[in-house]
Design a protein around this ligand. Structure first.
Ligand code: R5P
Length: 269
């Protein structure tokens, strides 16, 4: 592996082999998501506790201060919306020149395997890998399901992750599933990162699925709503960081959350 590729992977994956990416790319198809209306304001207090930011070029340019940001994983697929027909009909939105200009440490795009746009989105992945590998930029493939959340079971996720790795993704982001998540990870020859999904009812629920996923071989998370839609986002980010990097138990991470939240003003969602 070339020095540039190694270096960029080391920017986003920490020396312990783990990672905590924070996703704030939701607006690319959802518009101004709750608590992400002003992304810069939302993320500023969270940045010290995360390893990288998953973000589109528009929000990066307009809302993130280039003086104090973390490594950037640029979201480079899109072209659909919640108001449109099919969320899977994505294209590549961002040129390789723009990816380099914005100094991205990595890029991310969604693939929709099993959808009407399977071939198109896998072609997007292949094109992106071809361009990014030339410049030593890692590609993170996101196994997306659009509105079909029931698809998130091990056999399907294992199929998706393996295909993404075979096409050249350096990292794959996929959903955690209750049964056989270890088989998803074992079948994928590149590191697997857990996606979040809609906000859970409790902090324990979030910490538990992340802990379980890590135990079963995931290297970290790419979470959004379960952090910045929490009533205590900084406390949640601290607890997740400790769970991931200090390898705390769920109980101890929850203790970190409870200790931290007393020092943090409540955010009304
Ligand atoms: C899909 O890739 C989305 O754009 C988000 O990056 C992803 O779903 C993670 O965010 P959340 O934890 O809110 O689901």
């Amino acid at each position: 592996m070339d020095w540039g590729m190694k270096n960029r992977l080391n920017q986003v994956i920490q020396p312990d082999g783990r990672c905590f990416f924070m996703a704030i790319d939701h607006g690319y198809f959802q518009g101004p998501t709750t608590n992400l209306e002003k992304p810069g304001k939302t993320v500023t207090p969270l940045l010290p506790h995360v390893d990288a930011l998953f973000v589109t070029r528009g929000v990066l340019r307009n809302c993130i201060n280039p003086q104090h940001t973390k490594p950037i994983i640029l979201r480079v697929s899109g072209g659909t919306s919640m108001a449109g027909g099919d969320l899977a009909n994505e294209i590549l939105t961002t040129s390789i020149d723009e990816i380099i200009r914005l100094n991205a440490s990595a890029v991310g795009l969604s693939v929709f395997i099993g959808s009407d746009y399977e071939n198109q989105t896998l072609a997007n992945l292949s094109t992106l890998v071809n361009e990014c590998e030339d410049h030593g930029i890692p590609v993170m493939a996101v196994t997306a399901v659009g509105r079909e959340m029931e698809k998130r079971e091990a056999r399907y996720l294992a199929l998706c992750c393996r295909i993404c790795a075979e096409l050249g993704a350096r990292v794959v982001k996929t959903y955690w599933c209750e049964k056989d998540f270890d088989k998803v990870v074992k079948g994928c020859p590149v590191p697997v990162v857990i996606a979040g999904g809609p906000k859970c009812e409790t902090e324990t629920e979030v910490l538990s699925f992340v802990h379980d996923g890590l135990q079963q071989g995931a290297i970290g998370v790419n979470l959004g709503r379960n952090v910045w839609q929490s009533k205590h986002p900084v406390a949640m980010a601290k607890a997740l960081n400790a769970l991931i990097h200090q390898k705390l138990s769920v109980k101890d991470a929850l203790h970190v959350f409870n200790e931290s939240k007393t020092a943090e003003p409540t955010v009304l969602v």
